[in-house]
Design a protein around this ligand. Structure first.
Ligand SMILES: [Zn+2]
Length: 225
């Protein structure tokens, strides 16, 4: 692959470049684009979950592990600090207006999940309609590509826990499935978004979310123990 990037009046001719400092260059629809990724971090107070059920399978070797949620989730907004465009608790919830924007902007890597919402009388004139943001984008072959250290492993059920990096997450383009929002399989619970998704967020400025450059990310206290 050969291409030319124009930076000011000078041009750089390159071939097979995948990484330039933290930013990456790639081709999408034959247009050269600078690519970076961001952590999609919710900032509002978590809403109350009034109904949710999980199905579990019991591993005789390592114990009980959640397998997945069954059915839809019920939530209740009881304070203004929860009632933002992006909200969360057991999942991430967005207003239908925001979903509309994602859809129109051709943002991929998600689907809409049903949500049962109750709003307390503390919130005056509640006009938002919410659905759950279900993130379906996933990295591929990340552990091997990044040489992650395995810190826990169960040979009965296949459970694996990897050591989180001390600072900064890297997303090699080879591991990216082209989704605008995705999870790294090995590090669950950290939604990551593309440059295109960031543009949509920056233009619409929804409340309840902050974007963090992946290079600035630090692991939460629970991550390494
Ligand atoms: Zn197990």
């Amino acid at each position: 692959m050969l291409g030319v990037i124009k930076i000011g009046r000078s041009s750089i001719i390159f071939s097979n470049i995948t990484l330039i400092s933290a930013k990456q260059i790639f081709f999408r629809n034959n247009i050269v684009t600078m690519m970076n990724f961001y952590v999609f971090r919710t900032t509002s107070e978590p809403v109350e979950v009034t109904k949710v059920s999980y199905k579990h399978r019991e591993c005789m070797n390592c114990g009980l592990r959640p397998l997945g949620r069954v059915g839809s989730i019920s939530i209740e907004f009881s304070s203004r600090h929860q009632y933002s465009d992006v909200s969360w608790s057991e999942g991430i919830y967005l207003t239908d207006n925001l979903f509309e924007v994602l859809y129109e902007s051709k943002i991929i890597g998600w689907r809409k999940g049903e949500l049962d919402v109750t709003v307390s009388s503390q919130i005056k004139n509640p006009t938002n309609k919410y659905s759950e943001l279900i993130i379906i984008g996933r990295t591929q072959d990340y552990a091997r590509k990044m040489g992650l250290a395995l810190i826990d492993y169960c040979d009965q059920c296949g459970y694996r826990k990897y050591e989180y990096p001390k600072h900064g997450l890297e997303i090699p383009l080879e591991c990216w499935d082209n989704s605008d929002i995705f999870y790294i399989d090995e590090f669950p619970g950290i939604p990551i978004i593309s440059e295109d998704f960031k543009k949509v967020i920056s233009k619409n400025n929804p409340t309840g979310v902050k974007l963090i450059d992946v290079s600035e990310w630090r692991p939460p206290s629970w991550a390494n123990y």
